[in-house]
Design a protein around this ligand. Structure first.
Ligand code: HMG
Length: 395
């Protein structure tokens, strides 16, 4: 059987950053609650001329520069912060990236799970025709109400992936475990720009979904926990990955390290929890991109992974979840560069809390024409709205 998986992977984020210590202090909350209690130090915030399209195209551009467009006939755009009810955001990214008209585009939605739905669909397309490659963009802006408990778990980011036969980074294995349940833990009605969330329910729904997906994988003859070297989780906030690791240890009876920082004592087998959290603790929640930002962080920092099996847990509220596995390919480390992501994260422009609050409140109704101010340093920008349609341009 042809090996199919992730051939290339790139991360992008928004122009601004909010420091969570400053955010906590502005509310007279102990910063340790955000930094240790949630495991978050910063969150990315888009400028007025950025959105899921500009971040997604910025993530995809280096992939196309490195790999060209040959064989790409599909662009799958995963998001839950869609900018139109009808047109796929990926069509605008397709134009910005000058992709050929022979590339079909479609948008995938199921909360944070949609990136994984796109990955599995891409694998299906490539297995039908191993000469094809599929470009995936997973891009999101996580927004909750100001002063809500969920506010420090906002964020923004995009991951682009090229899925191909004989992949250079990670071969995705065919077996998976799935758990779907109709639950009102988190959703965003059509007339709201912020998500509605029952925080406690969302945490327990996530953990129950992990149990369900793991058990389904086990029943289908998947690898045992001892055959999985590293484990990556969807990270709405990085402490959630620690809770997930604790649950997986309970379900499997394995001793797994739950150390989320380099200072924490590690008891049990090391599975990459800390390394896999390095980008997410600075991005905040990037919804569909979060699990794959964890993969980028692990591949960038863990240098001895060739031949190792990775476990992936993808959760999308509502809810759909999946546990699947992949094998890291020899030579992956020569293709990864941790300095690139560090430059991107360090290069964000800090926002004062008052400015962040003002930006959060800004609405862009599509009823009137609008020209956005020029802020972003990204190669692409959201120029505004004309005749009720969103306009994008190269910066
Ligand atoms: P909260 O009210 O801040 O919760 O809401 P808390 O008071 O329980 O505090 C959080 C943690 O900080 C606790 O740790 C406290 O002990 C600790 P835990 O007991 O959980 O280990 N703490 C401190 N630690 C150190 N020093 C201190 C201190 N004070 C407290 N001084 C909640 C937290 C996550 C519920 C909230 O932020 C929220 O609603 N977030 C949004 C929902 C969310 O992220 N849910 C996660 C699962 S659902 C999911 O992943 C899907 C999602 O990505 C959407 C999608 O799929 O599309 C969200």
């Amino acid at each position: 059987m042809t090996a199919i998986g992730i051939h290339d992977l790139e991360l992008a984020t928004a122009h601004h950053v909010v420091d969570l210590t400053g955010l906590a202090e502005s509310k007279s909350i102990d910063p340790a609650k955000y930094v240790l209690g949630l495991g978050q130090t910063e969150m990315s915030v888009p400028a007025p001329d950025e959105d899921i399209v500009t971040m997604g195209a910025a993530a995809a551009l280096p992939i196309l520069e490195r790999n060209g467009t040959e064989g790409i006939r599909t662009l799958l755009f995963a998001t839950e912060s869609g900018v139109d009810q009808s047109k796929a955001a990926g069509v605008s990214a397709h134009a910005l990236l000058n992709l050929p008209s022979s590339v079909r585009v479609v948008e995938f939605k199921q909360a944070c799970y949609a990136g994984t739905a796109a990955l599995q669909s891409a694998i299906g397309i490539v297995s039908r025709n191993p000469g094809e490659r599929v470009l995936i963009i997973a891009s999101d802006v996580a927004r909750y109400d100001l002063d809500s408990a969920a506010e420090p778990t906002q964020g923004a980011g995009a991951v682009a992936m090229l899925v191909a036969a004989d992949p250079a980074l990670v071969e995705i294995e065919p077996l998976n475990g799935i758990a779907t349940a109709d639950v009102d833990d988190f959703w965003r009605p059509n007339d709201s720009s912020t998500a509605i969330v029952d925080g406690a329910l969302s945490v327990s729904a996530y953990l129950d979904a992990l149990t369900g997906a793991w058990n389904d994988l086990a029943e289908r003859g998947g690898p045992g926990i001892d055959e999985i070297d590293r484990i990556l989780y969807h990270q709405p906030f990085t402490k959630m990955a620690k809770k997930a690791q604790q649950r997986l240890a309970e379900v499997t009876g394995a001793q797994l390290s739950t150390a989320l920082s380099e200072n924490e004592a590690s008891v049990g087998r090391e599975t990459g929890l800390e390394m896999g959290s390095r980008y997410n603790r600075r991005l905040g929640n990037s919804y569909t991109a979060s699990l794959y930002a964890a993969l980028a962080a692990l591949l960038d920092h863990d240098k001895g992974l060739a031949g190792n099996r990775l476990g992936f847990f993808s959760y999308g509220s509502g809810s759909v979840s999946e546990f699947f596995t992949g094998i890291v390919q020899p030579g992956y480390d020569e293709r990864r560069d941790a300095a690139r992501a560090a430059r991107m994260l360090d290069g964000r422009a800090p926002l004062e809390i008052a400015d962040y609050r003002e930006l959060h409140g800004a609405e862009y109704p599509s009823a009137a024409d609008l020209e956005t101010s020029r802020v972003t340093a990204s190669p692409f920008r959201f120029a505004g709205i004309r005749n009720r349609a969103r306009r994008y341009e190269r910066s």
